[in-house]
Design a protein around this ligand. Sequence first.
Ligand SMILES: NC(=O)C1=CN([C@@H]2O[C@H](COP(=O)(O)OP(=O)(O)OC[C@H]3O[C@@H](n4cnc5c(N)ncnc54)[C@H](OP(=O)(O)O)[C@@H]3O)[C@@H](O)[C@H]2O)C=CC1
Ligand SMILES: CC(=O)[C@@H](O)[C@H](O)COP(=O)(O)O
Ligand SMILES: [Mn+2]
Length: 385
Amino acid sequence: MKNITILGSTGSIGTNALEVIRNKSSEFNVAAMSAHYNHKLLIEQIEEFKPSYVSIGTQNGYEEIVKKYPDLEVYLGNEGLKKLGTLDEADIVLTAVSGAVGIEATIEAIKKEKRIALANKETMVAAGDLINNMLKKYKAEIIPVDSEHSAIYQSLLGGKKDEVNKIIITASGGTFRGKTLEELKDVRVEDALKHPNWSMGKKITIDSSTLCNKGLEVIEAHQLFNVPYDDIEVLVHPQSIIHSMVEFNDMSVIAQLGVPDMKVPIQYAFTYPDRVSNKVLESLDFKTLSSLTFDEVDNEVFKGVEYAYLAGRTGQSMPAVYNAANEIAVDQFINGNIKFLEIYKVIKNTMDNHELHPVNTLEAVIKADSWARKEAARIIKTYVK
Ligand SMILES: NC(=O)C1=CN([C@@H]2O[C@H](COP(=O)(O)OP(=O)(O)OC[C@H]3O[C@@H](n4cnc5c(N)ncnc54)[C@H](OP(=O)(O)O)[C@@H]3O)[C@@H](O)[C@H]2O)C=CC1
Ligand SMILES: CC(=O)[C@@H](O)[C@H](O)COP(=O)(O)O
Ligand SMILES: [Mn+2]
């Protein structure tokens, strides 16, 4: 029996993870779970999965849960999230919160030498240098959950590290694939939230439409697999059937394919190196696929990938700045305060104004992240009439 902590159990990844666990209750048990605002759903999840610990982001949610479950250990806010990363009872910590808020809990889980099933890509982007240093010291392991990185992780098992020629990360191209700059000037939030293949949280769905999700994934891949940026390629593949590939130096390409369903990489991160059946997982029926197509990224229109390569190659604090500026810009786009294409301006202007520094400590990561959030907010004020 594997005991699992789910950070962000009420989100898209969190609820998919619970669906995996629900249908494999002989193998998995929920040790702890967390939510931010949605204490109603968290209470339903407590009823069903009976964790020993929970954490919630709001005071009123905290009070309601404490009153309802006097025997449950209940924690509040960021400290609560961190505490859930440290529990002796958990074998695996699934980090499924959205944004850089996942960094500290992940670090706590590393110190406790857990297996981390990592969905929260922003952690690896903003704090990758620090996390990689920590992984040299602590016997923790990170198994990626992000579908592309799970695919790369699985493909890499087909050869040796020094035999890798390049990594090819596939991208759906997002909801606005094929659109011109003119057509994107006035797009609405509702349009950006229509992902062609995946049902996901709001932030990552907007990131997919700007291709900043792919940008974050390029940096995530560099940090997870220690592959130089020159050997990481992004390829538009609108059907999202090939989840990513690795080309080896004998020109063999190993890919991982499957229906677009996050339950597959989530369960793999729980069971690796084993694979187990689960009735909620669907078979890929090749006969229903009319075609698998591939294209280049339109870098003239979608700047998310180009700016990520710039941030990644610059290194040090720049990836954290790219990430934080993007988080602020996406939030302000969702709230109707900036236009879609202004997301790119916010990221680029914030990066241009940044003074680089190393990010080998948590304090340094927080410094870069906080600076970029303030700078991005300042820049946005100059756009709002
Ligand atoms: N969804 C997907 O298919 C994929 C997601 N990912 C990555 O996984 C992560 C989660 O994505 P997704 O599930 O879509 O996101 P969602 O927005 O659906 O869920 C986010 C979860 O985190 C909680 N949360 C949000 N903000 C905070 C905070 N400040 N403090 C504590 N908890 C918080 C939410 O709680 P509440 O519900 O209470 O607000 C919710 O449980 C992201 O990093 C994303 O990039 C990667 C690949 C695929
Ligand atoms: C499911 C997953 O891993 C997402 O990151 C997904 O890949 C988003 O799709 P695109 O960013 O390719 O549109
Ligand atoms: Mn992905």
